[in-house]
Design a protein around this ligand. Structure first.
Ligand code: IYR
Length: 219
């Protein structure tokens, strides 16, 4: 038994402006985030990627197990191998695995099996979920925890003026193999990070958000 130990909650974050002003500022940044598929090769400093991971790593997790690993790839040869692996899976997806409704849903996005962004973006952050702690211990609410951490990473990148994509080549097992990750790490999400290219375009459909009264219920 470990007795709980508590300390005063002293380091409280207080915004410089009233809540609705602070939130309107944050919302203005977040609403302009786009899934970017056309990256420039403009470099991003390793220190910036470290800050992104630090931000993601603040996420809450089941029993504070922090069941995540962020494998940050900048090596061009490894990015090329990841691209080849992803494009092989995506070829299967677009020619065989996706059903009719899924294909129709993807039409407005104009995506296909070609994933040039995987070699153009300066960094690929490959997020793994830890199905066990590194010490073999149990973990809890794995998807919720890792999903929250990824959301924080996306928000942090947006606040830093960086472009991201939540890429999900499926199945993703090839990522663990290529990156030599141990068996208790399971690939979760592949996030290219960098700058949008000068000629970057985004799907018009992706600019639409359903109205608040459709997604929010007040009781
Ligand atoms: N993983 C594929 C297909 C894809 C699926 C969904 I759901 C998207 O929102 C976008 C793409 C790809 O990356 O092309």
């Amino acid at each position: 038994m470990t007795a709980p130990s508590f300390v005063p909650f002293a380091d409280r974050y207080l915004p410089a402006t009233p809540p609705d002003v602070a939130l309107a500022t944050l919302h203005d940044a977040l609403r302009r985030r786009r899934s970017v598929r056309m990256f420039s090769d403009r470099p991003v400093a390793k220190s910036t990627i470290e800050w992104l991971v630090r931000c993601a790593h603040t996420a809450p997790s089941g029993a504070n197990k922090q069941p995540w690993r962020f494998v940050c790839v900048q090596d061009p040869a490894m990015k090329a191998r990841i691209r080849a692996g992803a494009e092989a899976e995506e070829h299967e997806f677009y020619t065989r695995r996706a059903n009719a409704e899924w294909r129709r849903d993807l039409e407005p996005l104009g995506t296909d099996e070609h994933k040039q962004f995987l070699t153009t973006a300066p960094w690929l952050v490959v997020v793994f979920q830890l199905t066990r702690g590194d010490d073999g211990s149990q973990v809890y609410y794995l998807k919720e925890s890792v999903g929250l951490a990824c959301g924080m990473l996306l928000a942090a990148a947006q606040l830093a003026g960086l472009a991201t994509l939540t890429h999900t080549p499926s199945p993703m097992a090839f990522l663990g193999e290529l990156l030599g990750r141990p068996a208790h790490e399971r690939p979760f999400l592949l996030i290219p990070v960098g700058h949008a290219s000068d000629d970057c375009v985004v799907p018009a459909q992706a600019l639409e958000r359903r109205p608040l009264d459709e997604v929010m219920v007040t009781v």
